[in-house]
Design a protein around this ligand. Structure first.
Ligand code: SF4
Ligand code: SF4
Length: 213
């Protein structure tokens, strides 16, 4: 399970801290705490929304049923039978999921795009690494690529809008060999968010995406 992987990561970090592991820094702990808090907030907000919507739906359905029964338009028994049937239909529906990318094995990806990024970085400033995307099961199982705890399972961003794995200043991907599937197949050449003219190296300087100056 993906959530188990992240939980295990947190548990390991906490265990290392308790053992006084010098590799776990104070800054690392603060980051962990911040992301954990955001995750809890996300869970609490979603819980409140679900609770509110659930109550509204129940109130509406019960009110409607009472009106129909009181007017003799529906028999209580008929209503109970129909409820059981609808319940079964709902249970058979797929549960809505958080966002996950479809990719069986990113390492066997056939359409990897190779661009001469090194000669363009001073102009594009790796704007591609400010774009939003979500991770795959494989990324989560590996536990290398970080996801936003407040927005499962999107790539984690820093406050400057860049991916958490993009090295500030050099714009190097710090997890290049393990980077997600999307990063392997993404092609910026015709992406107007990045380039006005790719061949002439004219970037789009409009602030279409956060984190670009
Ligand atoms: S925007 Fe394009 S050229 Fe620049 S780093 Fe990203 S993929 Fe490479
Ligand atoms: S994982 Fe690497 S290539 Fe992908 S967005 Fe982050 S820094 Fe960029």
């Amino acid at each position: 399970m993906q959530i188990d992987t992240q939980q295990n990561e947190l548990i390991m970090q906490v265990a290392k801290l308790e053992q006084g592991d010098p590799l776990v820094s104070e800054a690392g702990l603060q980051r962990l705490e911040k992301h954990f808090e955001r995750g809890l907030r996300f869970a609490h907000v979603m819980m409140s929304i679900n609770q509110y919507e659930g109550r509204e739906g129940t109130a509406y359905a019960q009110a409607l049923a009472k009106v129909l029964v009181s007017k003799g338009l529906v028999e209580q028994e008929e209503l109970d039978t129909m409820m059981a049937q609808v319940r079964q239909e709902i249970e058979a529906q797929p549960t809505p999921k958080v966002m996950l990318s479809k990719c069986d094995n990113k390492y066997q990806c056939q359409s990897t795009v190779i661009l001469d990024c090194a000669s363009r970085l001073h102009i594009c400033k790796a704007r591609c690494c400010t774009l939003d995307f979500y991770l795959s099961d494989q990324d989560l199982d590996e536990g290398i690529v970080h996801w936003e705890y407040g927005r499962p399972y999107w790539i984690r961003k820093e406050t400057d809008g860049y991916c958490a794995h993009c090295e500030p200043g050099t714009w190097r991907c710090q997890i290049h060999s393990n980077r997600p599937y999307v990063c392997r197949i993404y092609d910026c050449r015709n992406d107007k968010r990045i380039w006005r003219d790719f061949e002439k190296m004219i970037p789009n300087t409009e602030d279409l995406t956060p984190g670009i100056d």
